[in-house]
Write a protein that binds this ligand. Structure first.
Ligand code: ARG
Ligand code: ZN
Length: 871
């Protein structure tokens, strides 16, 4: 048994804060072996609090040393306050007073990467969600907003750059080689948006003139060696600032906007007011070291964090149950931005693929939770695909139901009503209700009910009456704590398409009932329904399409997303048939119709290469797993490999032509067209190599050697590295290492390529790589690159029947939990899916979960995930 079970926090227990902090003055003495923090908090009792005369309760991490505490200058003795696990309580305080508190921290020993810590020699912070309580004692909750003034003192040689939120207002030097800078942030903010950085950093500087003509200094900081990798982030930032003015009418509100790149970071990036801190993987970009995907991620994350300045910072969350208020809305905003900057349809396909693969899996797992969860033990566990991606889909549905114009009015009203406040998802929906005059009560079930709804659609055509009827039934499977679901209100975008591809109707239906019938008049021929266009709601749609109907939609649908989706549906069906054959010991077959359809697509040179590449990609093993009743790892792998190699062989000439068509000797640029050409080219190369015919591996090797960018180099590298030509493979593994060993982010790719190598002996290889000098278990990017890739992209071996993959992962989690609980809990995800597997594997996974449960001193993070998984 674990020593202690962490507390559960409930949404229904929310109480307004008893005390408010109008002003927070901080002074950090940063030294190599310790940091002293002096905090002066101007505290008032909250007139809106239920119960007056409450004792003052501040959060403070147990490991933090309290050196001195005073109220209005009067030192408090140990008997004047109580320190309990995670709290400091002071009884009998005046109504208004200044609390001064000195704490001593050991940032160089802080491996949790929360609070104040060191990354490659520089000081930095991560305070969301509850990291500020590792810095000083504070009402560390988002509904307590305070004006911060921060002074940093440090050695001038080691830490010439000293940054915090807001504007620098004063600075100076002391005699002892130390210097100091004071930063004032005029905007009241919750403690989770506090940040500081101290280090020897290089800087890329630019500026932006806002719509109203104010000049904003833009500064991106990184280690000196990475100074040449900051241009794309800067351009993305300027594009995002312009876009938010044009599309949402939102202007930036400080004179300086700063981004700092750090290599040790638990997540992607953090929107601290005026001082974003980024994982290097989300800000550094250079053609030689960054793939197209990497470039697009930088663009999206830079925009995401910038957009938070309004959707998150100016208007923030009342409590952490409302996390999707800022995250769902901001993901929706960044997705629309990326769609405007690149290809809208391709962006939608990528986002829906992620949702269907990973969020749907989460939604049917023991950790399933509503977009607005009702309880948690550790909030870090709720930075999930459900809160972010499904949350964004919920906002998208509001956009669809109201239309762009009303949605914008609703967003304007939301920002106007709640500027400077900490609010709830209900407040967001209320603004949309006000501008539209609509009742969105039922719609709000999207926030409170977990699980992926299912739509079952059937139809009837009456040729004589020219009448077409659609019947839609909705349901939603049970999820933890929610046995019965109420029907959802959702937009169902659809078209009716004639057999010859003519569009007979296009429109938007609204679903509210459990079963609804829709009747269309004046439909002159029997149509094929193109349902859920653009993926208008995050649901699983079932309609009994024939292969011919899917092929027709793949060819003719006017909705690009549904064209792609028709092809996916067909591939999935054919793959599932082969899985069954594999299980029955029958030979698998590849459908001639599919081959012919793909041949047509490949020969259609008018098609956008990016779209073509999406259409010619088979659904991933992870997605096929999500769709399976019971996941049969071997059958999924065998069926997909069979289809892939069959399509490779049958269309060899077409793949070569596509390869050559896209192999234009142009200078590298990460724009949508060029990205699309490279994605088709590298997909074609992968199919060519899959034929296992002699010339193609040599072609890959040639591409590896001749490429002038990481996208082409890495694609070729992975193909060769996974091939059976071990001599060439080993040679390239060495060469790649030699070339890039000093580029940390490229070495992550090198680790991932090897961790996802499906050949025999995969576990032995990752065990050995964990001993390699480029691997560093304190760096989350390295953990994701090796452990995450093996467990997530090498199903065959992770799910080895003897349980060896599971035991290996559990060993890591137990070790990591001592060091970085957030990362440990996150890497645990694959084991939480045990119920979806056959009894042998499920049993082996359970054994490992129980092994963790039986460990004393689990973190709250890991305890929550393990205990809920075993329930
Ligand atoms: N608010 C950040 C973002 O979405 C994520 C920070 C989460 N950090 C954490 N420790 N859970 O941009
Ligand atoms: Zn965010």
């Amino acid at each position: 048994m674990s020593v202690k079970q962490p507390n559960t926090i409930y949404l229904e227990d929310y109480q307004p804060p008893a005390w408010l902090i109008s002003h927070t003055k901080l002074r950090f003495e940063l030294e190599e072996e310790q940091t002293l923090v002096r905090a002066q908090l101007s505290i008032q009792s909250n007139p809106a609090a239920r119960d007056k005369r409450m004792p003052l309760e501040l959060f403070g991490d147990e490991g933090m040393e309290l050196c001195r505490l005073s109220i209005d200058g009067q030192i408090l003795e140990a008997c004047d306050y109580q320190r309990e696990a995670g709290y400091l309580r002071i009884n009998n305080v005046p109504d208004t007073f200044v609390l001064e508190c000195v704490t001593r921290l050991l940032p160089h020993e802080n491996t949790t990467l929360e609070g104040l810590y060191k990354s490659d020699g520089m000081f930095c912070t991560q305070c969301e969600a509850e990291g500020f309580r590792r810095i000083t004692f504070f009402p560390d909750r988002p509904d307590v907003m305070s004006v911060f003034s921060t002074t940093l003192v440090a050695d001038k040689c080691l830490y010439p750059v000293l940054l915090s939120n807001g504007n620098p207002v004063d600075s100076g030097e002391d005699d002892d080689g130390r210097h100091w800078v004071t930063w004032d942030d005029p905007w009241p903010k919750p403690s989770y948006l506090f940040a500081l950085v101290a280090g020897d950093l290089a800087l890329l500087e630019d500026s932006f003139t806002t719509l109203s003509g104010r000049e904003v200094a833009l500064r991106i900081y990184a280690e000196r060696k990475d100074l040449d990798k900051l241009d794309y982030a800067m351009q993305s930032l300027k594009n995002a600032m312009r876009w938010d003015e044009e599309v949402y009418g939102r202007e930036y509100d400080l004179d300086i906007y700063m981004i700092v790149a750090v290599d040790f970071f638990n997540m992607g990036a953090m929107e601290n007011k005026g001082l974003n801190i980024f994982n290097t993987s989300c800000v550094l970009a250079h053609p030689l070291t960054t793939t197209d995907q990497g470039f697009q991620r930088v663009e999206a994350v830079v925009a995401h964090e910038y957009f938070h300045n309004w959707s998150g910072n100016r208007v923030t969350c009342r409590d952490w149950f409302q996390l999707s208020l800022k995250e769902g809305f901001t993901v929706f905003r960044d997705a629309e931005f990326s769609a405007d900057m690149n290809s809208r349809t391709v962006k939608r396909i990528e986002d829906v693929t992620l949702l269907r693969t990973a969020q749907f899996a989460e939604d049917s797992s023991p950790m399933a939770h509503p977009v607005r969860p009702e309880s948690y033990m550790e909030i870090s566990n709720f930075y999930t695909l459900t809160v972010y991606e499904k949350g964004a889909e919920v906002v998208r549905m509001l956009h669809t139901l109201l239309g762009a114009e009303l949605f914008r009015q609703g967003s304007d009203l939301y920002f106007e009503r709640h500027d400077g406040q900490a609010v709830t998802t209900d407040d967001f929906v209320a603004a949309m209700e006000t501008v539209s005059g609509r009742d969105l009560t039922q719609f709000k079930r999207w926030y409170s009910q977990a699980g992926t709804p299912r739509l079952q659609v059937s139809d009837q055509y009456d040729a004589r009456a020219c009448e077409y009827r659609l019947t839609v039934r909705q349901s939603c499977p049970p999820s933890p704590g929610q046995d019965h679901k109420q029907p959802y209100h959702l937009p169902l975008a659809l078209g009716l398409v004639a057999e010859d591809g003519t569009e007979l109707y296009a429109g938007l239906l609204e679903l509210t009932g459990e079963e609804q019938e829709f009747c269309f008049d004046n439909i002159k021929q029997c149509p094929v329904p193109s349902l859920l266009r653009g993926f208008s709601a995050p649901v699983k749609l079932e309609y009994d399409y024939s292969d011919a109907q899917l092929l027709m939609l793949l060819r003719h649908d006017t909705d690009g997303f549904n064209r792609w989706d028709a092809g996916q549906r067909l591939s999935i069906r054919l793959l599932q048939e082969q899985m069954q054959r594999y299980r029955d010991g029958q030979p698998m077959v590849c459908s001639e119709a599919l081959i012919e359809a793909w041949r047509q697509l490949l020969n259609d040179t008018a098609l956008d290469p990016a779209m073509l590449a999406q259409c010619l990609r088979l659904p991933s093993e992870a997605q096929l797993s999500e769709l399976a009743e019971q996941i049969d790892v071997a059958a999924i792998h065998a069926a997909r490999e069979f289809m892939r190699t069959s399509l490779a062989a049958a269309l060899e000439q077409e793949w070569l032509q596509a390869y050559q068509r896209c192999d234009t000797n142009e200078l590298y640029a990460p724009d949508a067209d060029a990205v699309g050409r490279r994605s088709l080219k590298n997909l074609a190369l992968a199919y060519l190599v899959a034929t296992e015919r002699e010339p193609w591996l040599a072609l890959a090797r040639q591409q590896y050697q001749q490429s002038d960018n990481m996208t082409d180099q890495l694609a070729a590298f992975a193909l060769v590295a996974h091939s059976d030509d071990r001599e060439t493979a080993e040679e390239l593994l060495q060469a790649f290492y030699q070339q890039w060993q000093h580029e940390s982010l490229v070495m992550n790719q090198w680790l991932s390529v090897q961790a996802s190598d499906p050949r025999d002996g995969a576990l032995e290889r990752v065990v050995a790589l964990a001993q390699h000098p480029v691997f560093d278990m304190r760096n989350p990017n390295k953990l994701r690159a090796l452990i995450g890739a093996f467990c997530g992209q090498n199903a065959q071996h992770f799910h080895a029947e003897d349980g060896s993959g599971y035991a290996w992962l559990a060993g890591w989690i137990l070790q990591l939990d001592q060091q970085n609980p957030q990362i440990a809990a996150r890497l645990l995800t694959p084991l939480t899916r045990w119920k979806r597997y056959d009894p042998v594997r499920a049993g082996q996974m359970q054994v490992q979960l129980q092994r963790m449960m039986d460990t004393t001193e689990l973190s709250a993070d890991v305890y929550e995930v393990v205990s809920k998984s075993l329930m």
